[in-house]
Write a protein that binds this ligand. Structure first.
Ligand SMILES: Cc1ncc(C[n+]2csc(CCOP(=O)(O)OP(=O)(O)O)c2C)c(N)n1
Ligand SMILES: [Mg+2]
Length: 330
């Protein structure tokens, strides 16, 4: 039997199964949203597909009762782990009044839910980074023991917001975990045309923090890196930069045609490393999951996705006169 790497990380079989189920739920919600989009029922999809392992591995390494997360638009795995439900996400996709993210006001993928300390982001990429740093500063000033976890794409790591936030967090030794989900593309621009350095994590040294690059298709490797970074943050040792390398398995969004800038062979090749498949295989090789358990998990996930879809499709839209609520203070 294959070595149970998860045990060396302090994870038991039930926890890694829960990780797998969360990854699978994210994938199946995402797949459903593409179908709904192509059927003309929801306006827009921006996918997590290919990044679920990085997202779920990272979120499981955090404290879901006290840490703050500032996810970017692909982070369905992060927000599901932090307590957002499939129903919440579908309500957002259908832009319905009950959507906890924004009452149906924003595009899907703008995750935000106060009760779970999921801090809403904005459409300009990387603006969540200075916010995460500010939250960490507030936590340090108030002597609270949470870390703030922020994610962004590798293309977005070229924005000034990232560099300003990382520098400030480095100088003030703030408990921030910067996680760059490198999926090799920024819309049509491949990573070779985005960065002059070899790795996004090479940038950490410039801001006085440790930087590592890990396999973003392996939730256990990501878990370990984030766990270590969270420990450093909680001990007052400052921020960390983690780069997870995976691949964007879908077009950039439902409005993009990726055949115009990348070869189908390249996508097919990346699919052989699909974390849903490779982590499922690991669970089987280690005897944690068998075919029967796999089909039970799959059935459970599909039931959740079906119920969430039906609920959200039938839910009411916001009243038109509510459109200006919360735009300005009362
Ligand atoms: C400041 C800003 N510039 C440009 C855009 C348009 N835009 C949206 S997503 C995106 C690509 C981001 O790529 P990356 O950071 O690698 O994230 P990915 O989508 O690959 O996960 C761009 C250019 C934007 N939203 N904000
Ligand atoms: Mg990218």
């Amino acid at each position: 039997m294959v070595n149970k790497r998860h045990e060396a990380l302090g994870l038991n079989d039930d926890t890694v199964l829960e990780m797998y189920e969360t990854m699978l739920l994210a994938r199946r919600i995402d797949e459903r949203m593409w179908l709904l989009n192509r059927a003309g029922k929801i306006p827009f999809v921006i996918s997590c597909q290919g990044q679920e392992a990085a997202q779920v591995g990272a979120a499981f390494a955090l404290d879901r009762n006290k840490d703050y997360v500032l996810p970017y638009y692909r982070d369905m795995g992060v927000v599901l782990t932090f307590g957002m439900t499939a129903k919440d996400i579908m309500l957002s996709a259908f832009a319905k009044a009950e959507d906890p993210n924004s009452g149906g006001r924003q595009m899907p993928g703008h995750f935000g839910q106060k009760k779970n300390r999921i801090v809403t982001g904005s459409s300009p990429v990387t603006t969540q980074v200075p916010h995460a740093v500010g939250i960490a500063l507030a936590g340090k000033m108030e002597k609270k023991d949470f870390v703030s976890f922020v994610t962004f794409g590798e293309g977005s790591s070229n924005q000034g917001d990232f560099h300003e936030g990382a520098n400030f967090a480095g100088v003030h030794k703030l408990p921030v975990i910067f996680m760059c989900e490198n999926n090799k593309y920024a819309i049509s621009v491949p990573v070779e045309k985005q960065l002059a350095c070899e790795k996004v994590s090479d940038r950490a040294i410039g801001y006085g923090m440790p930087g590592v690059t890990v396999d973003g298709n392996d939730p256990l490797e990501v878990y370990q890196a984030v766990k270590e970074a969270a420990g450093r943050g909680r001990r007052g040792e400052g921020p960390s930069l983690i780069e997870t390398v995976s691949y964007r398995l879908t077009p950039h969004s439902s409005d993009d045609d990726d055949r115009s800038y990348r070869a189908p062979d390249e996508v097919a090749e990346a699919k052989t490393l699909d974390p849903i498949i490779t982590f499922g295989a690991y669970l089987k090789e280690t005897g944690v999951m068998d075919d029967n358990l796999e089909s039970q998990i799959n059935d459970r996930v599909m039931k959740i996705v079906n119920e969430a879809t039906d609920y959200a499709e039938n839910a009411p839209y916001a009243e038109p006169e509510h459109a200006l609520n919360y735009v300005y203070g009362d």
